[in-house]
Write a protein that binds this ligand. Structure first.
Ligand SMILES: Nc1ncnc2c1ncn2[C@@H]1O[C@H](COP(=O)(O)OP(=O)(O)O)[C@@H](O)[C@H]1O
Ligand SMILES: [Mg+2]
Length: 342
């Protein structure tokens, strides 16, 4: 019964990040091989997608992971799920190392860790009925012999995500984007996981229905004690659901702090720029706000600079920034930032 799964009180949500972490990522780097270039193809091309990323996620906690496109957010989430090979660093789940888990282990771990995809239009097979889509993980893991046997469970899952009871008999095309994402969430919940990587789960949806899907995810978290890595490309989306937020830039985490500190007293210039792009619902306040821009381009991930990766866009850049990459250091309780000058 899904209603009885993981019924633990979301501890981190109530007490802050106390107790042992569910997921622990230490110095994670992912470098993709991108073929060869140059005369005779002598030069090996490598994409430095994620470099030395560290964070913990506690049971019942949401860590928001925010950054612009190409900053390495999806790669970080996929590395935890064993979907991309880790170049260096360590990943733990429930205290056990899973960094280089093989195919079988990844399959076994998928009972505990699931992915909700960004695009509910592309991630649901248009030729499968909703009941088959939601029952698929149960079948794959041998928990039911056929879809018929899973019917009761699927009906409960559909109800849980707010879909009508007859939804199972229909195909994805009969549903809106928001409803399709509910199907994606029901499928992710089928195995009663403890941890979900939600990779921009509302980015492809109309602004008007984003809040509904975020609220649903929040309700499910409160009910089942789920932990989320909630990925987004702007700070508006993660505001209400996150307990802590990590800001990612060009493969690095530049700031990681409790939610309220990110919004009330951000430290890193990139966090400030991201925050100034979030509209405030009060017109006079919005008009009085200064938009902080950091002109310039993100570094080429095939040839990242030595030193701070934000140097080409930073208004405070100094020689130290060009020479040496800053690491995350504590700024106040609950807030860390990687910057020499802020
Ligand atoms: N399979 C892959 N092979 C080569 N490069 C990749 C692969 N996946 C992602 N990348 C590159 O890694 C960087 C980070 O990508 P990604 O994690 O998808 O960023 P985000 O999710 O923040 O948009 C990008 O430069 C992207 O082009
Ligand atoms: Mg992505």
């Amino acid at each position: 019964m899904i209603g009885q799964a993981n019924e633990a009180t979301p501890r981190a949500a109530k007490d802050g990040a106390a107790g042992s972490p569910l997921v622990c990522v230490k110095d994670l780097s992912v470098i993709f091989d991108a073929g060869r270039a140059g005369f005779w193809g002598r030069k090996r091309l490598q994409v430095h997608a994620v470099e030395k990323v560290s964070f913990d996620i506690h049971p019942g906690e949401t860590l928001g992971l925010v950054g612009e496109s190409g900053s390495g957010k999806s790669t970080t989430g996929r590395a935890i799920l064993g979907r991309v090979p880790v170049s260096s660093g360590t990943i733990y789940f429930q205290g056990k190392e899973i960094t280089h888990a093989g195919k079988e282990r990844v399959r076994a771990l998928s009972r505990h860790m699931q992915l909700v995809f960004q695009d509910p239009y592309a991630s649901l097979n248009p030729r499968m009925k909703i009941v088959d889509i939601v029952a698929e993980p149960l079948l794959v893991h041998g928990l039911v012999k056929n879809t018929k046997e899973a019917a009761g469970e699927v009906a409960q899952l559909l109800e849980l995500v707010g879909l009508p009871p007859d939804a199972g008999a229909r195909y994805p095309h009969a549903f809106s984007g928001g409803q399709r994402q509910r199907v994606g969430i029901a499928r992710a919940l089928a195995l009663k996981p403890q941890f979900i990587v939600a990779d921009e789960p509302v980015s492809a949806l109309d602004v008007s229905i984003r809040a509904q899907v975020v609220n649903l995810m929040q309700d499910l978290q409160a009910r089942f004690g789920l932990a989320y890595l909630f990925i987004a490309h702007d700070l508006a989306v993660v505001r209400h659901i996150s307990h802590r937020i990590a800001i990612m830039y060009a493969g690095n985490i530049v700031e990681l702090a409790d939610r309220h500190l990110i919004y009330e007293s951000p430290v890193h210039p990139y966090t400030k720029a991201l925050l100034s792009a979030v509209p405030v619902p009060d017109p006079p306040v919005q008009r009085a706000r200064q938009r902080i821009t950091c002109p310039g381009e993100a570094p080429n991930p095939m040839d990242p600079p030595s030193g701070c990766r934000f140097q080409s866009r930073c208004p405070y850049v100094t020689q130290t920034c060009r020479d040496t990459a800053p690491v995350l250091t504590s700024r106040r309780p609950g807030q860390t930032a990687a910057c020499w000058n802020c």
